[in-house]
Design a protein around this ligand. Structure first.
Ligand SMILES: [Zn+2]
Length: 277
């Protein structure tokens, strides 16, 4: 339990759930950061959310997770019965939360519903803010262009933040894709790694040394969502900016800039800090 004191009436108890496969994600540092921003906040760090646990049938949960997988991003999830091999893989992931398998994509809403079932019943209320990190990549269906779009986070109850989403969802620089097409056309072996090296620093990669710093902003978005109903900001220099490009993520979360938040959000934080008893 990390706490700087008793939580005020309006402040939720924050529960952080780690992604064990992310070596550079430090939840202790994120908990301290939250308390630094709102010093009456009570924060605890738990075990991973999607894992084996008492009172939950692992095989059944694995089946539900396999069912939540998106097989074709151009088709709304048909909710078809998963194959035994898919269920086996999910079971292995539940039993080994330190594993990261790329290439799996989930319907965010289905995943979120499953996450809610894993939260203790007595904590399913506004007095609690559950923020679960996961390496599962999830997306939401966009009616406008009839396809799924990968997301970094889903803010609701609970909040989900994807450590794979931060790498895959915000778009890399345009030149990156142009060069990738070029290399693909030429069939150059090892080109992807070379390309990543060439653009190093301009996007968040797996096990990126900047991951914890970046995730502080996403956790603040979850907190603002919980407290005000609005997780995002229009200001590109504010940590609450809803970035669609990697370079926007880097600008909003890593600076350089004068302050972490825009004036309006800094003021809201200050007011929360002083008004909550
Ligand atoms: Zn702002």
């Amino acid at each position: 339990m990390r706490s700087s004191g008793k939580s005020g009436k309006l402040l939720p108890q924050v529960h952080l759930y780690p992604d064990r496969s992310s070596r550079t994600l430090d939840l202790e540092e994120i908990a301290s950061y939250l308390i630094e921003k709102l010093n009456r906040l009570s924060v605890d760090i738990r075990g991973p959310l999607f894992t084996e646990r008492a009172g939950v049938n692992t095989r059944e949960l694995a089946r539900e997770l396999a069912r939540a997988r998106i097989r074709d991003p151009m088709r709304k999830n048909s909710d078809s019965e998963p194959l035994p091999a898919e269920i086996n893989l999910e079971q292995k992931l539940l039993q080994n939360p330190e594993l990261r398998i790329l290439g799996l994509f989930y319907d965010g809403v289905s995943l979120w519903r499953l996450a809610l079932k894993l939260i203790p019943e007595e904590e399913r209320n506004h007095g609690h803010l559950h923020i679960a990190f996961t390496n599962r990549l999830f997306g939401t269906w966009d009616e406008a262009d009839a396809r799924y779009h990968a997301r970094v986070s889903l803010y609701g109850f609970p909040c989900l933040i994807s450590t794979t989403g931060i790498v895959e969802a915000p778009a890399k620089p345009k030149e990156f894709y142009a060069l990738r097409q070029h290399y693909l056309a030429l069939g150059v072996p090892g080109a992807y790694e070379e390309l990543k090296e060439r653009f190093r620093g301009r996007f968040i990669d797996y096990d990126d040394g900047r991951l914890t710093e970046v995730m502080k902003g996403y956790v603040m978005q979850a907190l603002f969502y919980h407290l005000t109903g609005h997780p995002f900001c229009e200001d590109r220099n504010c940590r609450l900016y809803n970035a669609h490009w990697q370079e926007e993520v880097i600008a909003a979360q890593l600076g350089p800039k004068k302050s972490e938040f825009c004036e309006a959000h800094a003021r809201i934080l200050q007011e929360l800090q002083s008004s909550i008893t």
